[in-house]
Structures are given as structure tokens and as C-alpha cells.
Design a protein around this ligand. Sequence first.
Ligand SMILES: Cc1cc2nc3c(=O)[nH]c(=O)nc-3n(C[C@H](O)[C@H](O)[C@H](O)COP(=O)(O)OP(=O)(O)OC[C@H]3O[C@@H](n4cnc5c(N)ncnc54)[C@H](O)[C@@H]3O)c2cc1C
Length: 527
Amino acid sequence: MLQIEGIKLNLEGSEDLLRAKAALALRLPPEAVEELCVLRKALDARDGVRWVYTLRVRVKGEEKVLRRCGSRQVSKVLETPYGLPPAVSGPDIPPVVVGAGPGGLFCALALARCGAPPILLERGWDVERRAADVERFWETGLLDAESNVQFGEGGAGAFSDGKLNTGTRDPRHRFILEALVSHGAPESILYDARPHVGTDYLRRVLKSLRRELTDLGCDIRFGCRLTGLELKDGRLSALAVEGPEGSCRLPARAAVLALGNGARDTFQMLHDAGVPMESKPLAVGVRIEHRQADIDFAQYKALAGHPRLPAASYKLSCHLENGRGVFSFCVCPGGRVVAAASEPGRAVTNGMSLYARDGENCNGGLLVGVTPRDFPGEGPLAGIAFQRELEERAYAAGGGGFFAPAQRVEDFLLRRSSRGPEAVSPTYRPGVRWRNLWEVLPEWLCQSLAEALPLLDQKVRGYAAPDAVLTAVESRSSCPLRILRDEAGQSPVRGLWPCGEGAGYAGGILSAAADGLRTAESVLETL
Ligand SMILES: Cc1cc2nc3c(=O)[nH]c(=O)nc-3n(C[C@H](O)[C@H](O)[C@H](O)COP(=O)(O)OP(=O)(O)OC[C@H]3O[C@@H](n4cnc5c(N)ncnc54)[C@H](O)[C@@H]3O)c2cc1C
């Protein structure tokens, strides 16, 4: 197969033209292209808006065609697809995977497909029951500390925008995207340069993935929380688990800890049990909301509103004189700001969207980088204390019931309380209270945000528009600690495999899922 990059189509152009364009790049007649598939489709809005494609084509005499066309756009496909390791015969004691987020689910899937179906422990509930708990929380502010936006089948990504892009290249990514599509995700994620699934599709995918796992022999236990480790000679021998039927001891020789970044009680337990871990940098800040139409206009100019254009997004960053970096994070075009708390008395924001991304507003994290030096106290759990303090301040400022403090950008820059919304209506539920965020968040954090807003506005006009809304606090962008592991992914406490975002080795759905596969490969090797 040959790969052709940089094939352009204008907005009105039909994909039927791709064959002719590919043939032109190869200096062949269109009928010589025997097979064509779109590998990547990206929107280029830099100089007029158009689609840019990477195509994969089959033609006769590839070597000769490649030599003759002499184009740097064309190359031979060298990629080797990812394959799971060879199957093993099931061990006497099954491996245990703790956490059914993307890391745990893909780890369990690889283990199960390779003949070692694990016991999958998940403290929260299946996605059907969880969706009802989350909806009630957003409606009433009544939090279920075990079934929420962080905990339950699908992990933290289940109520998200479902963006599936990462900054890294890994052959496992294609395997993951294909698995998601086979379980009901839209096919566009296979070629879209900015793939996203949306919360609506994610729920379907999770149910279908659960069926495959169960059919392969996985023992999925919802409502079951890992609460302790039993070690013998520095090696795991059993797990303590709290479940709907009370506590139990689960013999285990291999346990994957795919805990996500919200498992604060479990990190404490692991720390107390002597599992080595260290602090790591984090980013915290607020969610910023704009009218989607304004972001579309800033990005697409005169073409804004064109029916073939997706809701526009942005990616922004700047460095401040105080040495801090400020950047946009997890932008959700046409989405909603969501209450994403998992602990009573601590408010957290994040964002989600449906596949259609057709909501009124666009929201994104506006975050400031922090390092362990910013954390109060010492030790690997200091970052959690730091996050908790911010979340408590936000909760108190919201007046309880998980209302969140919010402020218009103009008022924020003038350090005065907002009285209410103007052009942008906040989407956060159960609701916001209009406050002065300078009285809620630390001075250095507000100062950094205030300095960054005008700088970022120079990159996307209207980013610092007076009516844009800031909602606090965004504190769970990643995990403030890393559970140490060796090259093979195993903790110095043998038998434990820290995995995914909570262990500090991933940031986002796709990278957590890839780390799940990597971890399964390592576990399988020891089986
Ligand atoms: C609202 C929201 C929107 C997001 N949007 C995106 C996005 O669009 N794109 C993107 O790439 N990323 C997004 N993220 C981040 C993404 O969800 C995470 O990076 C990803 O889910 C991490 O995967 P994980 O498997 O490592 O951990 P998690 O998904 O957090 O899963 C960990 C699981 O472990 C369980 N668990 C924890 N402790 C225990 C225990 N003691 N016993 C049993 N089970 C336990 C938890 O209940 C949880 O289900 C979003 C996150 C949130 C909260």
C-alpha cells in the first residue's frame, strides 16, 4: 500500500474527488487506483478553511509508481499493526484488575482475549445505574461518593467529550480505536484528526465491551472497592475488598492498579502499605465558557456556521513572566460544564459533550501549571491535600449543594463580583453562584489567569470576551502523584502493576487505554 499525504479538498468538495486527486499525485489515471481509504482527515483553518487528507491506496507495481511519481507526498506504508501477545493457559489464580476506566478495561480486554480473563473490581456501578446516579447529582446536588463522574464503569472518561487524541504515537492506539468502533463508536474516530466519541456513544460502547469481557470469562464485580493489600515477603498475596456483601479476602498474585486520579483513599491505603510513590506536577484552574458561535467565528471567520464545519475548538498556551505556564485543556465544543466531584464538601468542574457537539456553549479548562513546590507539606500525598483545599474553597463559595462559584471574565479582570450572566449562560448544574473568584482561589492562581487571558485572546479573538464565564474549580486534570514502577511496569512491591492516569502514566482516555494494553502485555509475560 502507498500513503499519500496533504490531499486537499475545499469545504464544498465531494470525497468522490479523492480518487482523482490521489491518482494525480501518483501520476496515474484514476482507474489505476484499485483501493482507497482515508487514513486521516484534518481541518486546516490557517489560510482559508479546507480539509486535508492522508490516503492509503493500492495500485499495481507500487515500487515503480513510487519511483516514477517522485513526490514527497507519497511514501510506502511501513507501519506494522499492533497485535496482542500470544495466548497463555489460564493461571490457577486469575489476575485482578482494579478499576474499570479505559486503563482497566483495555487491560482486562487484552488479558481476556489472551486466555487469562481477570477479576475486574470496580468500586462504582455499571454505566446504566451510574448514569442515573450522576443525573440525580447534577439535578439535586446529592452526591453518591461511590457512583459519580469519577467512579463507575468507564471511569472518569464515561461522562466526557470523549476526545481520543494524544500527543504521542503508539501502534496500540489504532487497536483501541478499532475495538471502540467494533463496540459501537462512530467510524469517524478511525480517520478524524481530532477524534471524539461523545458521552452518548461512550455509554453504548461500554455496555457492548462489558458483554465481550463477560463472554470471554471476565468476572466483573461492580460496587467492589479495593481496601487493603496482604503482602508476603514483599510480594502480593491477597487483596482486601469491600463489596455489596461486606468485606472479603481475594487471593491474588497479579493485580493491576488502574485507579484513576480520583482514588484518594486508595492512594492513602497503598502509601500506608509501603507501596512506593512520589509527587508529580499538576495543573489547576477554572472552566471557561464561551458561546460556540463566537468560537466558530474566531476560528472560521466568514465561513462560521457552514453546515459542513464541525463546532470549532482551540488549543492555547502561554508562558508568563512569573515562570508559570497557562494553557487550555480538554476543550468541549458544543458541550457542558459538569460537576465532577467525588468527595462530599469538595466541588470540582470538568466538561463533557455529546457526539453532535451541538450545545449553545463551548467550554474548556483554563489551567495553570503547578509543581510539588506549590503543595502544602511534603510527601507523595501532598498534591491531594493541595487539590482538596481548592475544592473545599470552591464548595464553600458555592454555598453548598455542589453549586459552583462563577464570574464573568470582565468582572474577574476588574476583581469585582459578577451579578449574573449576560451573553453567556453557564451550563454547570446544579447551578452557579456569582462570586469574585479572587476571594475564592489563591492570589497567585488568579493573577496567572488574569495575565494569561489577554495573551490568549490575541490567539483566539474573543477568548477573554467580557461575558465569557469562569467556573471554579478545575483541580483533577491529572494525578498529583506517581506510583513507581519498573521498566516492565511492575511496582517494587511485586505482583502490583500501577497503570493508567491514577498511577501517573497516562493523561486522557486513549493514553490510559494504551497503558492498559501495555500493562496486560507485562502481566501476561509473567503468567
Ligand atoms: C468529565 C471528564 C471529562 C473528560 N474528558 C476527556 C476527554 O474528552 N478526553 C480524554 O482523553 N480524557 C478526558 N478525561 C480524562 C479521562 O477520563 C481520564 O484520563 C481517563 O479516564 C483515565 O483513565 P484511567 O483508566 O487511568 O482512570 P479512570 O478512568 O479514572 O478509572 C479508574 C477507575 O478505578 C475505579 N477505582 C478507583 N479506586 C478503586 C478501588 N479502590 N477499588 C475499585 N475500583 C476503584 C474508579 O471507580 C474508576 O472507575 C475526562 C475526565 C473527566 C472527569
